[in-house]
Ligand binder design. Structure first.
Ligand SMILES: Cc1ncc(COP(=O)(O)O)c(C=O)c1O
Length: 374
């Protein structure tokens, strides 16, 4: 029998203790981000027509394309981590990272904020537009003839050889602290909703769909929700490209493992290898489900947001940014997800939140997607 591309988890909702947990517990990035010149709260939209079309009560979208002029949310993590690193060691001159796009641009932008240099390595399939966007932030960018995991290893080696400070968003053995500061930095956009959807004592959303690469961002979200609400937190569904589904593979195997796919996906920000060590530790205790989807659902999600109906507002959401909504569309329309849909109890009272984590970061591809309206 063909394996289904999802996993229904039974989380125990216990957050693992250790360095990451203590950094997440003791760091609040909101004030730091508010002090930055171009900080604004990103828009939260309510898409009533879209909700109606799927038979659910609410669909909310937080639009991170407005974040710091970077067209993606990743500046939250990189800037906070670099600010903490420089507090301890102000003499660092160059920051280095491996990236499939958004994180590298965010590291370059953050280094520039502090008058520092950056060196960014990208894997072989990275598009010209993404490289140019990183270069515009002042980085020296180098393409490596390798996949994402190999590029991360290369960046680590080059940093060691050249005395650069590595700012990687994925944790591995003996590399936990900086990814933890990056995760803490992501809290800002969850906190921006504390007067609305993330009210106390109960959240005003029942489900969040989180597009997943190495898992650091969804782990930050899961940690935040569990810490704020305990077991009355919203349900968490992780969404990955089917060709780079390391979290789903890890759930199925029962331990952290590499994805089996061919890494051909337009969801560039989610096109990662083995999940982050510490992110996996959090997610296995807190995610309710993990699903893997084809690119066709992402294209549909992008178009749904670009061509709204009725009074719904347009959202420009890129290939990785629309991943959460793409997962929801797959769940609602593809019969292979029927059991999962039932398990998540999605119905006419369901209130859903998506984070559109990037805008049109690859404008050429975005244009090709919206050329078709179906
Ligand atoms: C736009 C976008 N959304 C979501 C993610 C997923 O974040 P993470 O890799 O921490 O799982 C990424 C990662 O680069 C991204 O670029």
């Amino acid at each position: 029998m063909k394996e289904v591309p999802y996993y229904i988890n039974k989380p125990d909702n216990i957050l693992p203790e250790g360095l990451t947990d203590s950094i997440l517990r003791s760091n609040d990035p909101l004030e730091y981000h508010q002090s930055l010149k171009n900080y604004t709260v990103t828009p939260l939209l309510e898409l009533n027509e879209l909700a109606k079309s799927f038979g659910v009560k609410n669909i909310f979208v937080k639009d991170e394309s407005y974040r710091f002029g970077l067209n993606a949310f990743k500046g939250l993590g990189a800037s906070f981590a670099i600010s903490r690193i420089l507090e301890k060691d102000p003499d660092i001159e160059t920051f280095c990272s491996a990236t499939d796009g958004n994180h590298g641009r965010a590291v370059a932008w953050s280094a520039k904020l502090f008058g520092k240099k950056s060196k960014i390595f990208v894997p072989k399939d990275t598009t010209k537009a993404r490289i140019e966007a990183i270069e515009k932030e002042g980085a020296v960018v180098e393409k490596v003839d390798a996949n994402y995991d190999e590029t991360c290893e290369f960046a680590k080696k080059k940093s060691r050889e050249n005395g650069w400070q590595l700012v990687q968003d994925t944790a591995s053995q003996n590399y936990e602290e900086i990814p933890a500061y990056i995760k803490a930095g992501y809290f800002t956009h969850f906190k921006e909703l504390e007067d609305s959807l993330h009210n106390l004592p109960k959240p005003k959303v029942d489900l969040v769909f989180l597009q997943t690469g190495v898992g650091s961002w969804p782990a930050a979200a899961a940690w935040y929700y569990l810490n704020r609400y305990g077991i009355i937190r919203p349900k968490i569904v992780l969404v990955e490209p089917i060709e780079a589904a390391g979290i789903l593979a890890s759930f199925k195997k029962g331990e952290r493992t590499k994805p089996q796919g061919n890494f051909k996906t337009m969801m560039a920000g989610l096109n990662c290898g083995i999940p982050s060590l510490t992110a996996w530790e959090i997610l296995k205790h807190s995610a309710d489900a993990s699903i893997a989807i084809e690119d066709t659902f992402t294209a549909k999600a992008i178009r749904k947001l670009y061509y709204p109906t009725g009074d719904d507002k347009r959202v420009i959401s890129g290939e990785s940014g629309a991943g959460g909504l793409a997962g929801f569309i797959a769940l609602m329309t593809n019969p292979q997800f029927r059991n999962l849909k039932e398990a998540l109890n999605i119905n006419s009272d369901s209130r859903l939140l998506f984070y559109s984590t990037e805008g049109d970061t690859d404008p050429e591809n975005f244009k090709n997607i919206i050329r078709l309206n179906s």
